[in-house]
Design a protein around this ligand. Sequence first.
Ligand code: SAM
Length: 240
Amino acid sequence: MGDIVQQFDHCSEEPTIVPTTAPRHHDYWNGFYAGADRDRVPEEPSAFAEWVDQQLPAGHEVVEIGFGTARDSLYFARTGRQVHGFDFAESAVANGNALARSRGLSSEFALLDLYDDEAVTRVAATLTATPAVRAVYGRFLVHSLEDAGRANLIRLAASVLRGGGGELFLEFRTGKDLGQEHLFGDDHFRQFIDPMVVELEIEDLGGAVTYREEGCGLAVYKTEDPHVARIVAHFPEGRH
Ligand SMILES: C[S@@+](CC[C@H](N)C(=O)[O-])C[C@H]1O[C@@H](n2cnc3c(N)ncnc32)[C@H](O)[C@@H]1O
């Protein structure tokens, strides 16, 4: 993962080096899943995963981006789905693969950094090389990303889903969650984004949002009841 970007200044045309914050985000999450913190994440699937599974036809595969402890990926695998999980934290990938192996599940977990444009293009090409109807799934990922990562997430979903009949499922904290109780602390990056922004970005890439819900009571964790949005979208052929 690169930790710098090159920026060109109009006047001098000399490149200047601007540090990005992406390595800090990576180090936070890699440390989180390598340490005791990961045990604080419930083992059972999220309410969002159960909601998604209920509406996914049998045989649809799941591509989970930002799977963390793999609680939802392993749940989808237990319901008989082929799962491909991607995360930028090496510790999350190692844990996910170890858990899948020990439970006899055929899910595959691999590294992908959504700030790496070329890697996103490569993963999209690898997935689409094998025909299947897939859901692209991201829970509590969107608010963990800066704009460039979110743009690549939607680009990846568009490439994987366009014309294929599968859907994009996202759940994330909204602007109304800013300043509320956060049991995992506020020492790491979160962006509390307006769901309309995400919807417009999906539409910009030819997607169509088929479901949007916002509110509390959807992602309760102990005493925390965040205001979240759920978005479902698809990418019809010929719309981009
Ligand atoms: C808040 S956690 C959510 C984990 C899991 N989906 C859940 O609901 O328990 C955010 C996840 O996104 C991953 N993530 C953050 N930025 C990423 C990036 N640039 N590329 C890939 N994964 C990323 C983190 O490593 C972490 O697993």
